[in-house]
Design a protein around this ligand. Structure first.
Ligand code: ATP
Ligand code: MG
Length: 710
């Protein structure tokens, strides 16, 4: 389609169709720095893929000059798929690591004095243990893990062993040993690694940076190849990745970034949404766009997500963006508790089976958890319930042992298969040699079933290429493996919250929402706790139609009891009885119009678009004069005085003056509007929501009932 001169206007038109005005502005923005700051499900990834396609189809840029980067292999695969569907071929869409690996491998001879790329460190734990022993430090498993994370943070932040002590103190790192000792272990780690002739993931990114910064010829070659850059999930870029992006760009500025500060979940590796937030300062003349309409989730799910992030504290909290649900109403999110983990897993599996029986494809269901160790009980429960599953969404599909074995068998069969043999026959007979048969699908879920489904996915690819011979088919598979073009395997997706980023499913189960698991017991600082909250927010916003949040009171039957996750909106529900709320999120069904109206984007006083979270909250520029309704303000003060008196507490405990001012300026008409005001969370909404709404509605203080509060 892209090559057909006649077809281009139509294709170009198609790329612009199905975009809202802001998305269209992003897609058609002129060459140069573009930044989209927007919440989950608002179409950021859609905007950048369409921008890539649009620019390619109009002939403005050549696809092979575009490099799109993101953070997970699965998201990269999805990006490639979306671009291909828009009729554009040849764009590189990779993770930062894959892009760096490709570049370093390509220039390896020049970078490693004629030698090949050194072996990559798989997991740091072993080397860290050796390094700790060298530095005379004793470590257990937890300390080893913490040290590995600390080394990762330092390396991603471009901090060398000699600089570590000062940098860690300055950054207020919460570390297992004293900083000098960590620095020593970090130094020893580097020596042990080098001694073993290995490099780690961070080295790979750093090597890609130095390659460009220190070799003019490499810089020229890389920059001639890649001229237009796109970064998805930019809120999670860390200093070394940013430096690589800068190195790729050189003195050019054709870069589009998109991100959401509320989805920053890699701070522990040194990622910082400041790159996103400060983009316009870094790149002069940048086009900055904002999207607020959520096209992914039902208003019920959007309400729940907003309620979770509305409680965020700290630096990033002011950057949160209120989502406005666009989809038709759906079921309320389910919040469930169970006596123990096996019971929770069994209930999740049973519900998955029900959804599948009712027509939801298994691959449109995901079970998300905080740590990979939680996967096992869900694998077991799903197998027990005869539900097929895929662990990690198959991002390493072509590295799976059963897939590799199958590919070797196919390759071997090319030597013995008659050229005219129809592909499906050739494939079937080759796979029989590794014990795979179409009619031998294992019953139930389980590992055997998972392996069978993976090989079945290869057979599915063969069915799409019936006209190829076996040899050409093997080449097609090799091409897909190199491009990480992952087939869809049918099965409920089991994934960590971290690797679910950017993806979406019809039904999402976020499980294990107990204190100690989420937030993890390792989250010791307020910042770490906030990151855990964002992780839950990422999980919730993956769901299109159905959302299930659950926790178990004990890990094992009869085990020690735990508290439910503090971020769960439902925790404050009991107090809200009678406040007219129907869901855990505080959203009323059928309130989508009100929800839509509630978003304040322009200043009430001067009309300019508001960007900062604080200004959006008060609905006007901080420098613009207040347009407080003085009569309402007086009534609110009077009501506060009486309420506080009745409870024998100081007035500010009920509401601060700033909150009263915000109320008298914004005049909220619904509970949803109320919670957007600073100082009003679910608890205050439950306690005072009805009274405040009545006052805004014009009711006199004397007509209010203070009985409930006294
Ligand atoms: P995240 O922050 O989770 O990465 P995102 O902002 O990248 O989310 P997308 O994945 O691009 O959001 O879009 C979310 C969903 O909404 C997708 O299914 C997408 O196709 C759909 N969508 C986006 N924009 C529109 C639109 N204008 N009309 C209809 N559907 C849309
Ligand atoms: Mg996205």
């Amino acid at each position: 389609m892209a090559d057909d001169a006649e077809g281009r206007p139509a294709a170009k038109h198609a790329v612009l169709a199905g975009l809202d005005p802001e998305q269209r502005a992003a897609v058609t923005a002129e060459a140069g720095p573009v930044c989209i700051l927007a919440g989950a499900g608002t179409g950021k990834t859609r905007s950048i893929t369409h921008r890539i396609a649009y620019r390619a189809l109009t002939g403005e840029v050549r696809p092979r000059h575009i490099l799109a980067v993101t953070f997970t292999a699965r998201a990269a695969a999805q990006m490639r798929e979306r671009i291909a569907r828009l009729g554009v071929a040849g764009v590189q869409a990779r993770t930062f690591h894959a892009a760096a690996l490709r570049q370093v491998r390509y220039f390896a001879a020049r970078l490693f004095s004629g030698r090949e790329l050194p072996e990559l460190v798989d997991s740091k734990a072993r080397l860290v243990t050796l390094a700790a022993a060298r530095a005379n430090a004793r470590t257990d498993r937890t300390a080893t893990r913490d040290l590995a994370a600390e080394i990762e943070w330092a390396k991603s932040s471009l901090i060398e062993p000699g600089e570590y002590e000062v940098a860690a103190t300055k950054a207020g790192r919460d570390i297992p040993l004293d900083a000098a000792q960590v620095a020593e272990i970090y130094m020893a780690y580097e020596q042990v690694k080098r001694g073993n002739g290995m490099i780690d993931f961070e080295d790979l990114l750093r090597a890609a940076v130095w390659a460009i910064e220190e070799h003019t010829d490499i810089a020229e070659q890389v920059r001639a190849q890649y001229r237009h850059f796109v970064v998805d999930e930019y809120q999670d870029v860390n200093p070394v990745q940013q430096r690589l992006l800068d190195a790729w760009l050189g003195d050019r500025d054709d870069v589009t970034v998109v991100g959401d500060a509320s989805q920053t979940i890699y701070s522990f590796t040194g990622a910082s949404s400041s790159h996103l937030v400060d983009f316009a300062r870094h790149y002069r003349g940048a086009t900055v766009l904002r999207l607020v309409r959520d096209y992914r989730s039902t208003p019920q799910i959007v309400g729940c997500a907003n309620a979770v992030i509305a409680q965020a504290r700290g630096e990033l909290a002011s950057l949160r963006l209120e989502l406005v649900g666009q989809r038709p109403a759906g079921p309320e999110p389910t919040i469930r508790d169970f006596p123990d983990e096996p019971a929770e897993a069994a209930a999740v599996a049973a519900r998955c089976a029900e959804l599948i029986a009712a027509g939801t494809p298994a691959r449109e269901i995901a079970v998300l958890f905080r740590t990979n160790a939680q996967s096992a009980s869900y694998e077991e429960a799903l197998a027990e319930a005869n539900v097929a599953y895929v662990v990690h969404g198959g991002e390493r599909f072509f590295e799976r042992p059963e897939v590799r074995r199958a590919m070797i068998a196919l390759r071997a069969a090319t030597r013995t298969t008659e050229p005219e043999t129809p592909l499906h026959e050739a494939v079937a007979s080759a796979l029989e040699s590794v014990g795979w048969r179409r009619d031998a699908q294992p019953q139930g879920g389980g590992t055997a079933r998972e392996h069978w489904e993976a090989v079945a996915a290869l057979v599915g690819i063969a069915a799409e290429h019936a006209d190829l011979g076996l040899e050409a088919f093997c080449e097609e598979l090799a091409r897909r493996a190199a491009a990480q073009h992952i087939p869809n395997i049918d099965g409920v997706v089991l994934s960590s919250l971290h690797s679910a980023k950017g993806l979406e499913w019809d039904a999402v189960f976020v499980v294990g929402l107990a204190e100690g698991t989420l937030p993890t017991s390792y989250a010791k600082t307020p910042e770490a706790v906030e990151e855990e909250r964002r992780l839950l927010y990422v999980g919730i916003t993956r769901a299109r139609q159905q959302l299930w949040l659950s926790y178990s009171l004990a890990r094992t039957p009869g085990g020690r009891s735990r508290q439910p996750c503090r971020f769960l909106p439902g925790r404050h529900r009991a107090a809200g009885a009678g406040s007219g709320r129907s869901g855990p999120s505080g959203t009323r069904a059928g309130k989508t119009d009100a929800v839509r109206r509630r978003i304040v984007i322009t200043c009430r006083v001067c009309g300019v678009t508001l960007s900062s979270g604080a200004e959006r909250k008060i609905g006007r520029c901080e420098s613009c004069p207040s347009d407080r309704d003085e009569e309402l303000y007086d009534r609110l003060r009077e009501w506060r005085l009486r309420t506080a008196g009745g409870q024998h507490v100081p007035a500010y405990v009920v509401f601060t003056d700033a909150t009263l001012t915000a109320l008298a300026e914004r005049r909220p008409e619904t509970p949803e509007e109320l919670v957007t005001i600073a100082g009003i969370g679910p608890r205050k909404l439950a306690l005072y929501g009805d009274a405040v709404l009545a006052l805004v509605d014009g009711v006199a203080v004397d007509d209010l009932d203070f009985g409930a509060e006294t």
